[in-house]
Each structure stands twice: as structure tokens, then as C-alpha cells.
Design a protein around this ligand. Structure first.
Ligand SMILES: C[S@@+](CC[C@H](N)C(=O)[O-])C[C@H]1O[C@@H](n2cnc3c(N)ncnc32)[C@H](O)[C@@H]1O
Length: 253
């Protein structure tokens, strides 16, 4: 990655993160678009947002480009991805980042606000097993204001359709292999690049101590997410978008 006289090129890292994630999810921008459509539909164009497990802040980036009067708090545990996020949004007083482990009982006490219009997350909660995820949903029900919204876009698997799931997975992975032959950078290769960057080498070593390659978690169905969100205190919940492998589940407080 390029280094300039002013230091690491955070924007270039941001873009390379997006390309790497798009290798797994070619429809990633489409789900961000639908997510923001539903933010606008439910809480309007000036929301106070919590970007949950924000990584480099991809949701915050799309949010502020589309709704300049929005504000965002990004929460994540990964010091390397947070370094990219902080570098990218440096000087933007609409954005705050908080380092916290979503599995810690007291993580919400670190937030700068007691409640949010919208809590948004993508490609992250499958890093948690179902039990801690259900506990997290209970905490989120207390953080989303009445009338506010929670949305989770992630890989969600219906256990009732194993043959469909297997066919879809094989088809998706074949396309990923073709993209890799064309030069796409996968997760492991991306982290090797980060480990060679002078600014990111330290935080990258730290994130591997925390997570290893990747935390283990579950990928329950969209129906499980909706049911668990209703049990946690949300009034309504259902999928508002789906691809053959992923869903965007919306819960209204
Ligand atoms: C694949 S990345 C997605 C990041 C971002 N939402 C995006 O769409 O680009 C998954 C993120 O979840 C975060 N994460 C996973 N488990 C977490 C936990 N227990 N606490 C805080 N963040 C966590 C990881 O650090 C990582 O940044």
C-alpha cells in the first residue's frame, strides 16, 4: 500500500478493504443501499447512527455521503481496522470511534450517547455464537430509541434447505475462485499486506492475538434473527432484502 510524506494512505486502505469484502459479497453495495433506504424510510435523513462492528467504517462512509447531516459512532474491537477508520474520518466531527468487545456485558457504557435512531451492522455478527448474539440483541433493544431501527446484513442460512444451500455455496465459491485467478485479494492475503505496512503492523499483530484468523460464530436463519429480535424487545422484525446467501433483517423498536 502507498505511503505518502503525510503518512499512511488511509483512503487507499479503505478502498482495498472494500475490494476484499466485495470478493466475498459482490452485492455488498446493493445491501448498503437498501439499508440506507430503510434508515430514511423509518427514521429520516438526519439519523444518529451506531455503526456496530464497524471495521474500517464502510457503513459510516456510505451514510455520510448520502445523509450529510447524519452522525455516527463506530464500535469495533479490531485495532488495525479501527486505525484505518480513524485515519479515514480524521477531522470529521460527525464521527466518533469506540473500541469495545461486543461480548462484554458493559460495552454500551462506553458509547457517547444513551440512545440511537439506528443501529446498523454488516458482515459481522456471524463472528458471535447464537447465545452471545441473543444477549447482544437484548442490549441493543435498550440502545435503539422507541421508533428507532436496528438492521443486520449478514450471511444467514436456512437449515431447512440443505440442498439449495449446498448448490448456492458451490456456485458462489466457483465465482470467487475465478475472481481470485483474476487477481482478487482474499482475507488472508489482505492481512498479509496490512502486516507489512509500518503503521498497521503493530495493530495487525494485536488483532491476530485477539481473534486468530477469524472468530468462530454461527450463521442462523433470517427467521431466527427476526424471532430473537422480537424476543429481545423489538416490536416488529423481518427480512427486507435477501440474496441467495445473505439477508438484511430489520427490527423496529
Ligand atoms: C468482516 S468485518 C465487517 C466490518 C464492516 N461492518 C464492513 O461491512 O466492512 C467484521 C467486523 O466485526 C468485528 N467484530 C467481530 N466480533 C466483535 C466483537 N466481539 N466486538 C467488536 N467487534 C467485533 C471485527 O473486528 C470486524 O471489524
Amino acid at each position: 500500500m502507498t505511503e505518502t510524506a503525510a503518512g499512511t494512505d488511509w483512503q487507499a486502505w479503505q478502498l482495498s478493504w472494500d475490494r476484499q469484502q466485495e470478493w466475498y459479497m459482490p452485492d455488498r453495495e446493493e445491501r448498503f443501499r437498501v439499508m440506507l433506504d430503510m434508515v430514511e424510510a423509518v427514521v429520516g435523513p438526519e439519523p444518529r447512527v451506531l455503526d456496530l462492528a464497524c471495521g474500517t467504517g464502510s457503513i459510516t462512509d456510505r451514510l455520510l455521503k448520502r445523509f450529510p447531516a447524519a452522525t455516527s459512532t463506530g464500535v469495533d474491537l479490531d485495532p488495525a481496522l479501527l486505525a484505518i477508520a480513524r485515519g479515514t474520518f480524521a477531522g470529521d466531527d460527525r464521527v466518533t470511534f469506540v473500541r469495545a468487545d461486543l461480548k462484554d456485558a458493559g460495552w454500551t457504557a462506553r458509547l457517547p450517547h444513551d440512545s440511537y435512531d439506528a443501529v446498523l451492522t454488516a458482515t459481522a455478527l456471524h463472528w458471535l455464537h447464537s447465545e452471545p448474539l441473543a444477549a447482544l440483541y437484548g442490549q441493543l433493544a435498550a440502545v435503539v430509541r422507541d421508533g428507532g431501527v436496528f438492521m443486520n446484513a449478514d450471511h444467514m442460512i436456512d437449515p431447512a434447505t440443505p440442498r439449495i444451500n449446498a448448490a448456492e455455496r458451490a456456485h458462489r465459491h466457483a465465482a470467487m475462485e475465478r475472481a481470485k485467478e483474476g487477481g482478487a485479494v482474499d482475507w488472508a492475503a489482505w492481512w498479509e499486506l496490512a502486516a507489512r505496512d509500518p503503521e498497521l503492523a503493530g495493530p495487525t499483530a494485536e488483532r491476530f492475538e485477539i481473534y486468530g484468523e477469524h472468530a468462530d460464530g454461527d450463521t442462523p436463519s433470517a427467521e431466527w434473527h427476526a424471532r430473537t429480535l422480537r424476543a429481545a424487545g423489538f416490536a416488529e422484525a423481518r427480512a427486507v432484502w435477501s440474496s441467495p446467501s445473505d439477508s438484511l433483517v430489520l427490527a423496529l423498536k
